[in-house]
Design a protein around this ligand. Sequence first.
Ligand SMILES: Cc1cc2nc3c(=O)[nH]c(=O)nc-3n(C[C@H](O)[C@H](O)[C@H](O)COP(=O)(O)OP(=O)(O)OC[C@H]3O[C@@H](n4cnc5c(N)ncnc54)[C@H](O)[C@@H]3O)c2cc1C
Length: 499
Amino acid sequence: MTHSTIIVGSGISGLSAAIVLAKHGRTPLVLEAHNVPGGCMQMFQRRGPQGACRFDTGVHYVGSLSPGQTMWRLFRYLGVDVPTVPLDRECFDRISLPSGDFCVPVGWDKVEAALKRECPAEAAKIELYVAKMVRVEASLNWHSLNPDAEGAYDRELFETSLEAYLQGLGASARLRSLICAQSSLYAVRAAEVPLAIHAAVVGSAVEGPHYVEGGGDAITKPLVSRLQELGGELRVRAPVARVLVEGDRTTGVELVNGEVLEAGEVILAVHPRVAVKLLPEDAYRSALRKRMANAEECIGAFVVYGTVDPAADLTDVGGHNHYLLREDDPDCFYDPQLQGPADAIVNLPPPMSGPQLFSALGSARWEWFEKWENSRTLRRDAEYGALKDRLTSNIIAMVVQRIPQLRGHINVIDASTPLTLRDYAGYPRGGVYGMQPGLSAQGRNGVRRRTRYAGLYVTGAGTGTPGIFGACVTGFGVAGAILGTDALINEVREATHPA
Ligand SMILES: Cc1cc2nc3c(=O)[nH]c(=O)nc-3n(C[C@H](O)[C@H](O)[C@H](O)COP(=O)(O)OP(=O)(O)OC[C@H]3O[C@@H](n4cnc5c(N)ncnc54)[C@H](O)[C@@H]3O)c2cc1C
């Protein structure tokens, strides 16, 4: 069977784009290098003391999922039913700094009130900050589902850093710490993150944070079924080696095994640094090509996975995400150390069936793992295992210090390193969200969805904002580039009115 459109990469952006196009009469084929679909939505299974556990890799919680909100509407438009559980409205993210704790509640109005309680002398600055966040989010057309929103063209939003904005406000060190503490949701320092990225990512979390019941599988499986129901196809173990072009248009792709697959449209839904290797050399202006090839990667991800003993009392700590930072300046997350208690974002999902799961996302330098870059997963030596053990102990030391209820109750089952992310999601240096969504890679400096070749497009988290919501938006964005952005936004709006 020939396909109208080939999509390379089966993360949420690739699958979303494929379904939207299938709904418009295309016959998409999604090609995935790995042996399972989903990209960062993949889950894995391990046996722990309380039996088999299935762990999430890249879906701890997702924002904008309350009925009527944008992510909820995008799932609805795609035709998938994703079971979700709302996070604690008074404290979905608990920030733990040496100078004290702060609970982030759901809703910007509540965040404003909570920040004012913490920093009463700065009430006016807090009002300005919150109003700015709400305005910025509303100005992004896909985030707000408003075809007339023009924030994507507003240079100020993509060229002003959060740090510069907060300095302009005259925010105190404490207020800055509380505002920047969730930066691990996009993994960029305050001085390098554009205001638009902070507003889009933190805004969606603040407005509708939900756990996905069943984790990444509960998103990937219905998306794949829906794609197949609409006549699309998915092939796993199908790594693409290059995109083929003839004259001024694409003609398909060649797989690593030499097989040629023809299509009039090709969408690369992979890390931009991978995309640039698959594209013909002149697909983009050379300046953009160089930027993509040398794109800075987010800080590496080191994640500890485990379970919590049933004897632990989780009354005040379960069902929250805990941002445990070793310094009051949240930028410490981007300067990981080999010694001492380490920064960690702890996720304790509400107990579903089975044991209470635990994960702690820490940061790690690629350089610590570089010496094993030519080795294969599950075949690494004892020294690698010892480094994993050391980083795990550093994270657990922080966890039991700041969440004493967990002391003696965590069963560590496994840990993943930047190499794991490279091997399972194709992120070249194992950066937590792949390419850094910093000032040098956004707005005018950002990856363009259209290339010089007709029918050839690039999408994925690296072309927009990281996270499930952000990446899904980029999938709709690329479908919009093909079908007409305004028409598609209007169609999504009309088709997904909350009942
Ligand atoms: C540790 C971690 C925790 C996270 N936690 C959260 C969270 O709690 N909430 C949230 O919203 N987001 C979270 N994220 C981020 C979120 O999961 C990602 O931003 C999002 O899933 C990225 O989707 P994507 O479509 O860009 O592609 P990806 O998921 O990156 O998928 C790209 C796919 O392309 C495939 N591929 C690469 N090269 C080729 C090739 N040559 N041929 C064929 N296929 C190829 C890869 O194998 C991969 O499957 C987390 C990520 C990580 C790593």
